[in-house]
Design a protein around this ligand. Structure first.
Ligand code: FES
Length: 122
């Protein structure tokens, strides 16, 4: 049901954990499935220098969180905001239709973290 890439990110997630001195944090949850994602960002000169996630949820939520961190790391905030809702699923070689919302949740976690960064740096 899952692509090899999804299974690989699920079994060996990249950038899992927290950043105690993060410049921004974003947390989102899906009330239907109950999964929760928290993203931590370290920003340097407008670029995402470090990014970590803590996700309580399904295998696809872990895999999309992991893939998202790889896609966003090193990007400027503006570039990271161009990652679209289903780009993460695409990058993972696809997700079954009932799991596409896991990709959307990861996207929304990044958007929430960037919003938090902008609020902190007005
Ligand atoms: Fe809801 Fe995966 S089942 S985020």
């Amino acid at each position: 049901m899952y692509s090899e890439k999804v299974m690989e990110h699920f079994h060996a997630p990249r950038n899992q954990g927290s950043i105690p001195d993060a410049d921004a944090v974003g947390q989102v949850g899906n009330p239907v499935c109950g999964d929760v994602m928290k993203l931590y960002l370290k920003i340097d000169n407008g670029k995402i220098k470090d990014i970590k996630f803590e996700t309580l949820g399904c295998g696809a939520a872990i895999a999309t969180s992991s893939m998202l961190t790889e896609m966003a790391k090193g990007k400027t905030i503006e570039e990271a905001l161009k990652i679209e809702k289903l780009d993460i699923a695409k990058e993972l070689g696809g997700l079954p239709a009932p799991k596409l919302h896991c990709s959307i949740l990861a996207h929304d976690a990044l958007a929430a973290a960037i919003k938090n960064y902008k609020e902190n740096n007005k």
